[in-house]
Design a protein around this ligand. Structure first.
Ligand code: MIC
Ligand code: SF4
Length: 747
């Protein structure tokens, strides 16, 4: 039976398999390989025969690990339970991080969460015990930080039920965010299927200095590539600048590749990863990676002639990189810090910052917090404190205990910083902001990764901007968005003006080692077969799933249009988080949030009554359709954004384009994800339309479908629709869901 840890034996076995498979593909292709290709090909289920066309074919892969967080693991495990399989087939962990609400500070908030979420934590703990999954308790840390500290390794492949799983790319892993149903496939011993990605090379030259930090690399890139620029692509970093960035800094960059829609981001193995592995008690893995240098980095020809091997190459000079700020409402609205003051005036952003927040899974490394400490110490020496509330979310207990021991946390607290639980908290709307009057337009700055409307505190009036932790710390002192930390003056406690100097380069690793978290982890029983998983019939938080019905073999005829969404429609619009997180294990209850954040193209507003309308259609036995714009379903991996529509009767989602994870979640749950062959046809969809999707009996890979729009005024339009379903995915549609197919196979 496999160990749950990434043990040296396990990793060495993986490298051996990878070498064999890479050799097979190398022979087929007869050319040098990128790092992305080595990891992908090294994990192919069928290296000799796989169709490898980038951007075209689907790859069947064998990931080494699975990670799930509590808000998505519930649905994943409820589905796994349906598949009736005794234990997971690959090392898997569950992390309790999303359900802790930030209110009064770490201790009280964690205690309250333990109480309020007892039933859910018990479910996750027992299910983990039964299926042989490692369980990380509430308070132990945020999934991506804990994975980096314990499980990630160079050249490995992992999937995680969270879109920021690529954080492990900082340690050279191909780690991708997926919906729960994809995780169920892998945990059940089936391959993971993913669109063969294009590869974007990002060449880093020069060296960071002054205020510039790894965060600024990815904020700049967000502006260049935009939120859909990475769809079905892997971002592969290389060049001398890459090696100059710490392992955790690389983690920040890889983490936010999710904001580009990228499948994942990878860095080649280097000395910073070597150091990080040793500092986190994994010297043997560092040695193994060093011994397999040919697996954990691209072939030298690639770096010499990148244009030949990547679909696109972007070069970033770290030496001239200016700190950036992105937002509001989207992570690709990027501005260099020197341009922010003018934007505040031009766009009428509230200049006064209401709260500054640092930390999260993206930015709470030893280096990050040490640079923040440098900034706050400068203020302290001038008798100054933060002028606005300043919240800190450590990424894990290991990092919290270490920065507590080494004094950084105390310094931050001494200027007014408040330490929250080692959990997602305000990053995902788990934030009780009593000080904010509802409906007040206000500005917050964070070092998180996402800033969609209403995400942090449930209020669409909150404008969230994202910057590096050190820049956010400077904002916490100034309290104004128009403040430029690089040159503007602050007023000291003595009334005298002073300017901040750039924080000094900080150590990426603690000189006295990390403080280990000895309480956070619970290993599962060796034999969990006797453990029963209880779900109370009247539970409001958990509900066993009933399989979705198979396709009835007929075309979809004159289905009502439930919603035509306008503009950005992220998973935070389709299935909002915050207070709704408590229903992540109860499909019926959470469906009451369905599409309530989406903006109607007809009214220009969100409609809280949408779930009720859908339920009315469902009660009448009617299915319905959603129409959307570009990059529909951007953001999170939450499959509730596909399961709730499926549960309430959605038959098809027709859009200009999809984000990768959401499109695949829709397929898994038996909804047809369709795109307009002619994007302008979006405009032909009118209020009150009845939509028919015709030709379903002939649904075939690469084929097209016809939709007929019958308008209220009696007119009709016929339009052509495309899809990316392959034969297997068409089988899911026919069976009603992918899970229905798996269940058939595992019996
Ligand atoms: C997020 O950052 O949006 C989340 C909350 O971590 C999600 C997962 C979820 O919705 O549970 C993600 O990134 O996938
Ligand atoms: Fe949690 Fe935010 Fe990271 Fe998502 S992005 S895992 S909500 S800290």
């Amino acid at each position: 039976m496999h160990a749950i840890e990434s043990s040296p034996e396990f990793v060495s076995q993986i490298y051996k398999h990878m070498a064999d498979r890479i050799a097979i593909v190398r022979k087929r292709l007869g050319r040098p390989l990128t790092l992305t290709e080595k990891i992908l090909f090294g994990h192919l289920d069928n290296p000799a025969t796989a169709d490898l066309r980038a951007g075209e074919s689907y790859l069947q892969l064998r990931p080494d690990r699975v990670a799930m967080q509590d808000a998505t693991a519930q649905m994943a495990l409820l589905q796994f339970a349906q598949a009736d399989i005794p234990r997971v087939a690959v090392p898997t962990t569950v992390h309790c991080d999303h359900l802790i609400q930030a209110r009064e500070g770490a201790e009280k908030d964690t205690a309250r969460a333990l109480d309020e979420n007892r039933e859910v934590y018990e479910f996750l703990r027992t299910a983990s015990n039964r299926y042989r999954i490692g369980f990380w308790k509430p308070g132990a840390g945020i999934i991506h930080q804990v994975v980096l500290e314990h499980y990630a390794f160079p050249g490995g492949m992992m999937i995680g039920t969270d879109s920021h799983t690529p954080n492990a790319g900082g340690l050279g892993m191909f780690a991708s965010g997926v919906g729960g149903a994809d995780a169920v496939d892998v945990m059940a011993g089936f391959p993971w299927e993913v669109k063969s990605p294009r590869i974007i090379g990002v060449k880093l030259i020069g060296k960071l200095s002054g205020w510039a930090s790894p965060k600024d690399v990815i904020l700049l890139l967000c502006g260049i590539l935009t939120v859909k620029g990475g769809t079905n692509a892997v971002i592969e970093y290389f060049g001398p600048g890459a090696a100059s960035i710490s392992c955790t800094g690389k983690g920040t960059i890889a983490n936010m590749g999710a904001e580009l829609g990228a499948t994942t981001s990878v860095f080649p193995f280097d000395a910073s990863m070597n150091r990080y592995l040793r500092a986190t008690d994994r010297a043997a893995l560092a040695d193994l990676a060093a011994q397999h240098a040919d697996i954990v980095a691209a072939d030298p020809e690639v770096e010499r002639d990148p244009e030949k091997y990547f679909d696109r190459v972007v070069t970033i000079d770290l030496s001239t990189l200016e700190p950036h700020l992105v937002g509001p409402h989207t992570p690709d609205l990027a501005r260099p810090i020197s341009a922010v003051a003018a934007a505040v005036v031009k766009e009428s952003y509230p200049d006064l910052i209401s709260v500054a927040l640092i930390g999260s899974c993206t930015n709470s490394s030893y280096e990050d917090i040490s640079r923040v400490t440098d900034v706050v110490q400068q203020a302290k020496s001038h008798g100054m404190k933060a002028t606005v509330p300043f919240l800190v979310t450590p990424g894990s207990e290991q990092i919290r205990a270490t920065i507590a021991r080494d004094g950084q946390l105390g310094e931050i607290q001494s200027v007014g910083g408040q330490v929250l639980a080692n959990a997602c908290g305000p990053c995902i709307g788990q934030w009780k902001r009593d000080e904010l009057k509802p409906g007040t337009k206000n500005t917050i700055v964070t070092s998180f990764n996402r800033n969609f409307p209403a995400r942090n505190d449930g209020s669409r009036e909150t404008l969230a901007f994202i910057a590096s932790p050190e820049i956010v710390a400077a904002y916490a002192l100034a309290g104004r968005l128009s403040f430029n930390p690089l040159k503007d003056t602050l007023q000291g406690g003595d009334g005298k003006p002073f300017t901040l100097t750039a924080p000094k380069p900080a150590p990426d690793l603690p000189a006295s080692g990390f403080v280990r978290d000895v309480d956070g982890y619970l290993a599962p029983a060796a034999d969990g077969s006797k453990i029963t998983i209880e779900v109370a019939k009247d539970s409001k938080r958990l509900q066993l799933l009933t399989p979705f019905a198979a396709w009835d073999g007929k075309d979809f005829v004159e289905l009502p249009l439930l919603l035509k969404a306008k503009g950005k429609c992220t998973t935070d619009h389709i299935s909002p988080a915050g207070p709704w997180l408590r229903f992540r294990g109860h499909l019926d209850n959470i469906s009451d949030n369905m599409l309530t954040g989406a903006i109607s193209a007809f009214t220009g507003e969100a409609n809280p009554a949408i779930p009720k309308t859908a339920r009315d259609y469902k009660a009448k036995g009617l299915r319905w359709v959603v129409v959307g714009d570009e990059n529909y379903g951007e953001g999170s991996s939450r499959e509730h954004a596909a399961m709730s529509p499926r549960f309430l009767g959605c038959a098809a989602v027709i859009v200009r384009s999809f984000a990768r994870i959401h499109e695949s979640n829709l397929k898994k749950q038996g909804i047809l994800p369709l795109t307009f062959a002619n994007p302008a046809d979006y405009d032909k969809v009118l209020e009150g339309d009845r939509i028919s999707v015709l030709g379903l009996a002939k649904l075939a890979p690469g084929g097209e479908l016809t939709a007929e729009l019958r308008h209220n005024n009696g007119g009709t339009d016929r339009i052509t629709l495309r899809h990316t379903l392959n034969a297997e995915q068409i089988a899911w549609f026919k069976a009603g869901s992918a899970l229905n197919v798996i269940k058939g196979q595992s019996r």
